[in-house]
Design a protein around this ligand. Structure first.
Ligand SMILES: [Zn+2]
Length: 230
């Protein structure tokens, strides 16, 4: 699949709900935060006027969204409104899509190693519970992101994670299974294993499909995750 303005992964079938839309956009080399998100929201059938655009900070702040627009310093967003379209941007970090069908609460988490170490995933599930959602009805999808094959880290990062998710690399370096950490955290928070979908796509070793910060550095484009109700 070539990287271009118009290519995206349509993820709605994974959620198996007539009215829920989720997409992952491969972006463009001239990525425009506002223009591309609007265009891409429309491509999967969502109203681009309703976009929520967080300024991501690799933190652990979760926000329940009642209005569209920009948000400061937020890496996880949830809502239950049909008038809200959630969006985040990534280039190696995990875009985690969440849907709780009964309460209609949905969410997106920007889960890089920093946010994951700060337990942003379980904080998001906790916030969904607070707004009336239930773990047994939650589905979670791990989108394209850097996988253990490519995610070599230094000892100061490795210290943040259990050895269960590390394999030894060169010298004092190791390879981190960030998707494994996120799955474990979801299960510890009460999500059923059969409701966790991992697309199993590594952004770093597929240059023909994805941008990668690890591979391209600061010049890497950004990809967008979007979801909402129609
Ligand atoms: Zn890889």
């Amino acid at each position: 699949m070539p990287v271009s303005n118009t290519s995206f992964l349509d993820l709605k079938s994974f959620f198996n709900h007539d009215n829920f839309r989720a997409g992952f956009f491969l972006g463009s080399s001239t990525y425009s935060c506002e223009k591309d998100r609007k265009q891409l929201a429309e491509q999967i059938g969502l109203n681009s006027e309703n976009l929520v655009i967080p300024k991501q900070a690799h933190g652990h702040k979760v926000q329940f969204c009642k209005a569209s627009g920009e948000l400061a310093d937020t890496d996880a967003i949830i809502s239950n409104s049909e008038n809200i379209v959630l969006s985040i941007q990534v280039a190696d970090c995990i875009p985690l899509f969440i849907l709780e069908k009964k309460s209609k609460i949905f969410g997106l988490v920007h889960a890089g190693w920093r946010g994951t170490a700060k337990r942003i995933v379980s904080k998001t599930i906790h916030e969904i519970n607070k707004h009336g959602g239930c773990q047994k009805d939650i589905m979670a999808l791990i989108g394209p992101s850097i996988k253990q094959c490519c995610f070599e880290i230094g000892p100061e990062v490795a210290d943040e994670f259990s050895n269960d998710f590390l394999v030894k690399g060169n010298g004092d370096r190791s390879f981190l299974d960030l998707q494994g950490v996120v799955k474990k955290e979801l299960m510890n928070a009460g999500i059923k294993i059969e409701n966790i979908i991992d697309l199993d796509e590594c952004t770093c070793c597929q240059p023909e499909k994805y941008y990668s910060y690890r591979r391209n550095g600061n010049r890497a484009g950004r990809m967008i995750a979007i979801c909402g109700w129609v």
